[in-house]
Ligand binder design. Structure first.
Ligand code: NAP
Length: 548
């Protein structure tokens, strides 16, 4: 079990600078002697692990802050997945008969429990993902907001609705919404609690869920499930299984009635193909290479401060984080200066309180990718304006927030998602050039536009190929808007979470239409031809009267 740290002491480091470009100072937060703070309670871990459907070999996960063992988690076998689906199906049949208001009531209570127990969640998130506490807070707020939004809106969205019939009065059409059945939810490791909220609309819609969180961050998903049980959810309704795509991917995808996946574009393509073969629906929340546009009339100081959160939240391991900044040439120098100054003030470190601004990367493979991207860019002529180096003195997976200039298309990070604390800044000439550069990507997840004129920023936003656009913010305005759809265009995804769409995609629509007074067959006193003419004339009149 966890975990005292052996790495990192308080110090102030200068930025590494492979090219000799001007660097900025990097503050390093002091950590309490003996490690990042209190350990995760062993009893809590054991209680959470009991919620798994898993009988396979155990995998030991390591705490990113220290590299030391954090928990031992049994993996699920294919037979466990079959068992999980069988239990979920049995529970779903009963759950679908529970009135939607009562189902929603569970989520309203979950909202309260999440907020009341938030410190427990923050500790778990920091230990398993290595993120700063301020960034873990965003997860707690997201999941609570989602629970409440779904609780409040589901009854109205799911109630049967009258729709325009074939002929007014004669035809009465009603749209009903039925649950899909058992939804498979696959979530990644970067926002394990926030992304587990995909389960909530599925439950509200009357589905059961078989959930496969990433093993590294399974404890926070199990924590949310345990609170849902406390809030009144039948335990069998939300099954949690663990394992790699290689071992349990196929049984999972082949047993589900719908798949909700968050992860990389590459994995999303494979899942969509498999779902397509079975003709089941899927929603895919995938990768991004998100652009931030600083227009000529932007408040440059605010944009520079905003860029810090937009780029370096969770050490850049955030699907909606900014990895490209296009700054109007007229304010480029001013922006870069302010951005570097703000970057230099960031406090890095492992600490279970709010004394640090950025934590660690989560996996070694993530650190290796960041190092490879920066190394490749520097080798091909990019300039490091800030950061550019790992910080093993703080912990095994720390990397400094890094700002690059002179990035060109030959460099891997020009187009590829880095998913780390690395951003490239480019000068551009005018709004048209900024929009063209922003859209020059296979991705279309999130974008950010900075301007003193909301009208101008909105006009730019309308031309951006991105599922969400934040004005004078990096990502939180759009992501936090529970009532509005969130998801990606182009290679960034299919379908949306949040809003009505995020709930209704987890249902089957059924139209029940009844015919009254007159049917569609011609009455005995009219020939088929006359009846056809009468119907055509009726349509014309209805249009004139604006009834259709
Ligand atoms: P990944 O390789 O796609 O894996 C994500 C998770 O999904 C892993 O736990 C993985 O399990 C599992 N998985 C993938 N394919 C599966 C399959 N066929 N069956 C069962 N499980 C499967 O992504 P990653 O690199 O770890 O995560 C980072 C990526 O997620 C980034 O590209 C990021 O942009 C994206 N992301 C997108 C959003 C969004 O809302 N758009 C949010 C967060 C992250 P195993 O690895 O154990 O096989």
């Amino acid at each position: 079990m966890t975990a005292t740290t052996s790495a990192g002491t308080a110090e102030t480091g200068g930025t590494a600078n492979a090219t000799g470009a001007a660097g900025t100072a990097m503050a390093t937060a002091a950590r309490p002697a003996g490690g990042p703070g209190r350990r995760l309670d062993e009893g809590l871990i054991q209680r959470l692990v009991a919620g798994l459907t898993a009988s396979g070999e155990a995998t030991v996960i390591e705490a990113p802050f220290t590299g030391e063992p954090l928990a031992s988690l049994r993996q699920s076998t294919a037979a466990d997945v079959t068992e999980a689906f069988a239990a979920a199906r049995a529970a779903q049949a009963k759950w679908a008969a529970v009135p939607v208001r009562d189902r929603a009531g569970v989520l309203a209570r979950l909202h309260d429990l999440v907020l009341a127990r938030r410190d427990e969640a923050l500790d778990i998130l920091q230990w398993e993902a290595g993120k700063a506490r301020a960034h873990a807070v965003e997860e707690v707020l997201e999941v609570a907001s989602c629970a409440l939004y779904v609780a409040r809106r589901a009854p109205r969205l799911l109630v049967p609705h009258r729709r325009a019939g074939a002929f007014p009065v004669l035809t009465r059409a009603v749209e009903a919404r039925h649950p899909k059945g058992v939804v498979c939810v696959i979530t990644p490791w970067n926002y394990p609690l926030a992304l587990s909220d995909d389960v909530l609309p599925a439950l509200a819609a009357g589905n059961a869920v078989v959930h496969k969180p990433d093993t590294q961050t399974a404890l926070s998903a199990l924590w949310l499930r345990s609170l849902a049980v406390e809030a009144g959810m039948p335990p069998a309704l939300w099954q949690v299984v663990l394992g790699s795509r290689r071992t349990i991917g196929e049984p999972l995808l082949d047993s589900a009635d719908f798949v909700s996946f968050t992860g990389s574009t590459e994995a999303g393509r494979a899942i969509a193909a498999r779902a397509g073969q079975r003709l089941i629906g899927c929603s895919l929340e995938l990768g991004g290479k998100n652009p931030m546009l600083v227009l000529a009339d932007a408040d440059v100081q605010k944009a520079a401060v905003g860029a810090i959160r937009a780029c370096f939240t969770n050490a850049g391991q955030l699907c909606v984080a900014m990895e490209r900044i296009y700054v109007d040439r007229s304010v480029h120098e001013q922006f870069v200066e302010a951005f570097l100054a703000a970057t230099g003030r960031l406090r890095l470190g492992a600490s279970l309180d709010f004394s640090t601004d950025m934590g660690s990367l989560t996996f070694r493979r993530q650190l290796e990718k960041v190092e490879a991207h920066v190394g490749d860019a520097v080798a091909k002529g990019a300039r490091v304006l800030a950061g550019g180096r790992a910080r093993p003195d703080l912990g095994p997976l720390f990397y400094e927030p890094t700002v690059l200039a002179d990035v060109t298309p030959e460099m891997a990070l020009y187009r590829e998602e880095t998913f780390g604390p690395v951003v490239a800044v480019y000068p551009v000439d005018g709004d048209d050039a900024a929009v063209a550069a922003a859209n020059d990507s296979e991705y279309g997840l999130n974008a950010s536009v900075w301007s003193r004129s909301t009208a101008r920023a909105r006009a730019v936003a309308a031309r951006l190929q991105a599922g969400t656009v934040n004005i004078n913010e990096g990502y939180a305005s759009a992501y936090g808007s529970q009532g509005a759809p969130m998801g990606g265009m182009k290679a960034s995804g299919l379908g949306r979470r949040h809003g009505g769409e995020g709930l209704l995609k987890l249902t089957e629509a059924q139209t029940v239409a009844s015919q009254h007074v007159l049917g569609f067959e011609p009455p005995s006193f009219l020939t088929p031809e006359r009846y056809a003419n009468l119907l055509a004339q009726t349509l014309t009149v209805l249009k004139r009267l604006r009834i259709r």
